[in-house]
Design a binder for this molecule. Structure first.
Ligand code: NAD
Length: 261
């Protein structure tokens, strides 16, 4: 039996990962804003500190792996860019920094962070915001979204996912992580039918944009299929997988960027 921490465990893809891990006999310390072992608000510094410490206490300082699935979507008007930034970027990197020693303690830990195919398919993501986030400067990132007006939440979403993906790839090859046996990788889903996507589809402007996006395989992804990929990335198949980004999006990324490789 292995011990995993999963954020965003109460819904969508995080919940599907938890279901698979517990069915396989593993222990999961769940983290979410409600209905979890560790109930915290990851949009606040205090919530992130609590999540870090309570998970460490629950797992006895040893983690076989972690899945960072908590996230807010880009639906306009619903979540301010600052909230998206705090949960999607700082709600991943601060927790992982706090859990590094516990992950190193098992010598072969696997971590999967939820990125998004918006990192490669969304135009105009401000590089200044991405750079600011990687320097830990949320305020500077927020300034870069202002000129986008109603599009600011979408830009905050895209930038948060680009930044978190770059953070994963940078840390993945650093000795503190890779030589400690920690395998840091990311999964980049396309449109997957979870409550997050349902909220966007319930917003007319957003629904139009989502439906006009090319998905060569057709339809939306199933959260369980994405969870199956995450489970694979938590197993020994990932021993030689370091800083990879696995795109599972029905072909959208390939449609836009077949030759961009
Ligand atoms: P979801 O809304 O079903 O689940 C997200 C979970 O995050 C929820 O349980 C929610 O309570 C939790 N969460 C949100 N804010 C929180 C906070 N402040 N503190 C603690 N927990 C919080 O969404 P999902 O579609 O399963 O998304 C999982 C991940 O996949 C997210 O990071 C999302 O950005 C990413 N993603 C989703 C899609 C998609 O189409 N569904 C596409 C690409 C990437």
């Amino acid at each position: 039996m292995a011990v995993y921490a999963v954020t965003g465990s109460a819904s969508g893809m995080g919940a599907a990962v938890v279901e698979r891990l517990t069915t396989a006999g593993h222990r999961v310390v769940t983290v979410d804003i409600a209905e979890a072992d560790v109930v915290v608000d990851l949009s606040t510094s205090q919530g992130r500190r609590d999540a870090t410490e309570k998970v460490l206490a629950a797992c006895g300082g040893r983690l076989d792996g972690a899945v960072l699935a908590a996230g807010l979507g880009p639906a306009p008007g619903r979540h301010r860019p600052s909230l998206i930034t705090q949960v999607n970027y700082f709600g991943v990197v601060e927790l992982l920094e706090g859990w590094r020693e516990a992950l190193a303690a098992t010598g072969e830990a696997k971590v999967v962070v939820f990125s998004s195919n918006s990192t490669t398919t969304m135009p105009m993501i401000p590089s200044r915001a991405v750079a600011a986030l990687l320097e830990g400067d949320a305020e500077r990132a927020l300034k870069a979204y202002r000129i986008f007006g109603k599009g600011a939440p979408a830009m905050a979403y895209g930038a948060s996912k680009v930044a978190v993906t770059r953070w994963v790839r940078r840390r993945a090859v650093e000795p503190d992580w890779v030589q400690a046996g920690i395998r840091l990788n990311a999964i980049a889903p396309g449109a997957v039918l979870t409550p997050l996507l349902e909220k966007q589809l319930a917003t007319p402007g957003e629904a139009k944009a989502i439906r006009s996006f090319p998905v060569p395989a057709g339809g939306y992804g199933d959260p369980g299929l994405l969870a199956d990929w995450v489970i694979h990335m938590l197993g020994p198949a990932a021993d030689f997988m370091v800083g990879s980004v696995v795109v599972v999006d029905g072909g959208t990324d390939a449609w836009f960027r077949a030759d961009d490789w």
